[in-house]
Design a protein around this ligand. Structure first.
Ligand code: ATP
Length: 252
């Protein structure tokens, strides 16, 4: 279908089209489409923009990634379909950032598709296609990771992760930076540094902050981050949107 740029929901229709194509190719699973719908709903409620508290979280995440000894970003089908270019830009900006395929619904063919999408976007090395280690305490395939990536990472960026894995990573002493539009998800609640923002905006926002910090030659530190505060701020944004809609029904 040809989309008119003048359509009021052009950006969102474009994303849906991309995901539908990716589902047809097998890169994205049907469950991934449902997850995207949940994200879209929260984005609506957050005003479809990076909120000031998300921007602060992205700044903190940039500093954590530069201070990390072994940073890694985990990539699933939705992330590869929507943000492979953003992952590549982040990998170029952060020295030593490992990029690892990480699938909830893993098959060797899907892992290869995700890796191919990342390579095509410019990521030279993709880990996790043939996992070589396990995260203890997680069932089945969801535990499988790369011994040179997530297994040894100290800071993990997990966009669109599930709560169990986030908790399992934290139990191993890793610092987890989540990217999830739902401030109520178990992932957002379990992460050390939850970024409540859209995947592409968040990855690009972190990369921008990384470049800024590197230009300033700032000495990065793993500063404490107030996760509860950022989640409350996101909750207040959602509440504000709903209050406004309740007071003034009609188009936003
Ligand atoms: P949890 O176990 O953390 O509670 P969940 O069941 O809410 O997870 P999943 O289906 O595991 O959700 O993961 C999808 C999450 O990703 C959802 O919380 C959704 O809000 C979020 N999400 C979907 N699309 C995007 C996007 N483009 N940007 C950011 N977050 C997104």
């Amino acid at each position: 279908m040809r989309l008119s740029r003048r359509h009021p929901r052009y950006a969102s229709l474009k994303v849906r089209g991309r995901l539908a194509d990716a589902a047809r190719s097998g890169l994205v699973v049907p469950e991934g489409l449902i997850a995207a719908g949940r994200g879209e709903a929260f984005d609506y409620l957050l005003g479809e923009r990076t909120t000031p508290s998300a921007r602060r979280a992205e700044r903190a995440a940039a500093e954590w990634l530069l201070a990390a000894r072994r940073p890694v970003v985990s990539v699933n089908g939705n992330v590869a379909a929507l943000a492979a270019g953003s992952v590549a830009r982040l990998a170029r900006a952060v020295p030593g950032l490992a990029v690892e395929v990480n699938l909830f619904h893993r098959t060797p063919a899907r892992a290869r598709l995700v890796a191919a999408a990342l390579r095509q976007a410019g990521v030279p090395t993709v880990l996790g296609v043939q996992p070589t280690a396990r995260i203890p305490g997680l069932p089945s395939d969801r535990a499988r990771v790369d011994r040179d990536g997530i297994a040894v990472a100290d800071v993990c960026v997990v966009p669109l992760e599930d709560g169990d894995r986030t908790e399992a990573l934290r139990a191993l002493g890793k610092r987890v930076i989540s990217i999830d539009l739902n401030p109520l998800s178990r992932t957002s609640r379990a992460a050390d540094l939850p970024i409540v923002d859209d995947l592409v905006r968040a990855l690009d926002g972190i990369a921008r902050e990384v470049r800024r910090l590197r230009r300033r030659r700032a000495r990065p530190r793993l500063r404490p981050f107030d996760a509860a505060r950022t989640l409350s701020a996101a909750g207040r944004e959602v509440a504000r949107t709903l209050r406004r809609a309740a007071a003034r029904p009609g188009p936003p």
